[in-house]
Design a protein around this ligand. Structure first.
Ligand code: FAD
Length: 277
């Protein structure tokens, strides 16, 4: 049970949503955008979060869009659920990533925008977006603005108060690139990542991004430069393990030493399987 009362709003347009947010904020009602609701509800239940109003964005058509535009860009609304994205089969790497987050029942609730904006340290759906140079459309009361995902997602989604993530735009060229996705968990197939490694090959070069390695998801150009070097696979693997060493997460899922071991095996695996891609 949620131990407090709150108001519920379900706007039909982006403008209405940002206006309502502003209005409720000025009334001191600490509003939150509500998408899948899974994090908001679970945090509210245990007393980690309070709000006096939620703004459900699922009625806003732009937040539920799933289509190609005329420039061959895939447009994904932020309120699409992980299962809607997977079932559409439009973005194979994102489909793989989404298909390994929680279980099928939760994937029917959890949304793309909710995962990107959540407080959980993994936020795995950002990996394909960082790799594919996706762009994010964000609404404020002043209108819509488009940003490279790498600009507004640095460790976490950095939105100003009241801003709404509307949709994600990804060029088809990246979507069709050869890719890999390896999620290692402690015990069960369905679990938080010990290490999730995702990547793709674009213009003959490997790109790579991680969740679970540090306390935030990231893509690293420095790691990619080593990955694409011409020295032996073993040397590249050792160099990568060396440069990340100081930041590797240690928690109940695994020590930093164990994560480093998993990382090395994963990098060797990636280099072998992607060498002719
Ligand atoms: C059992 C379980 C297992 C999980 N396992 C994993 C896992 O392995 N890997 C992983 O990455 N995640 C995992 N998660 C987390 C999950 O993927 C989501 O991050 C989370 O539940 C939120 O998604 P939601 O759509 O329900 O968001 P909500 O609860 O609706 O919102 C979450 C936050 O995002 C904000 N928000 C939502 N939409 C927008 C928007 N469009 N613009 C701006 N702000 C917005 C909300 O205000 C809120 O602060 C798991 C969750 C559960 C319950």
């Amino acid at each position: 049970m949620i131990p407090f009362d709150f108001e519920y709003y379900r706007p039909d347009t982006i403008q209405e949503a940002t206006d309502i947010f502003q209005q409720l904020e000025s009334e001191g009602k600490t509003p939150v955008y509500y998408s899948g609701g899974s994090e908001l509800i679970s945090m509210a239940r245990v007393g980690n979060l309070t709000f006096r109003a939620v703004i459900d964005i699922k009625n806003i058509p732009e937040c539920k869009v799933l289509e190609y535009d005329q420039e061959n860009n895939l447009i994904l609304g932020s309120a699409l659920t992980l299962s809607e994205i997977s079932e559409s089969k439009q973005f194979p790497l994102l489909e793989k990533t989404a298909g390994r987050i929680a279980d099928h029942t939760m994937q029917c609730k959890i949304t793309l925008g909710g995962n990107l904006a959540s407080t959980i340290i993994y936020r795995e759906t950002v990996l394909p977006l960082l790799l594919a140079d996706s762009r994010a459309v964000v609404a404020s009361q002043d209108g819509l603005r488009e940003y490279p995902i790498s600009q507004i997602f640095d460790r976490r989604l950095n939105l100003n108060k009241g801003c709404l993530l509307v949709k994600i735009i990804t060029n088809k060229g990246f979507i069709e690139s050869p890719y890999f996705h390896i999620k290692k968990t402690k015990n069960e197939k369905i679990d938080y990542p010990l290490l999730t490694t995702a990547g793709l090959k674009a213009g003959g070069l490997l790109r790579i991004a991680f969740s679970g390695l540090f306390s935030y998801p990231f893509r690293s150009v420095q790691i990619e430069n080593i990955l694409n070097d011409t020295v032996s696979f073993e040397e590249r693997t050792e160099k990568i393990a060396d440069i990340v060493s100081g930041n590797i997460l240690s928690d109940i899922n695994g020590s930093s030493e164990y994560r480093k071991y998993v990382l090395k095996n994963t990098i060797m695996n990636v280099l072998e399987t992607m060498k002719d891609a």
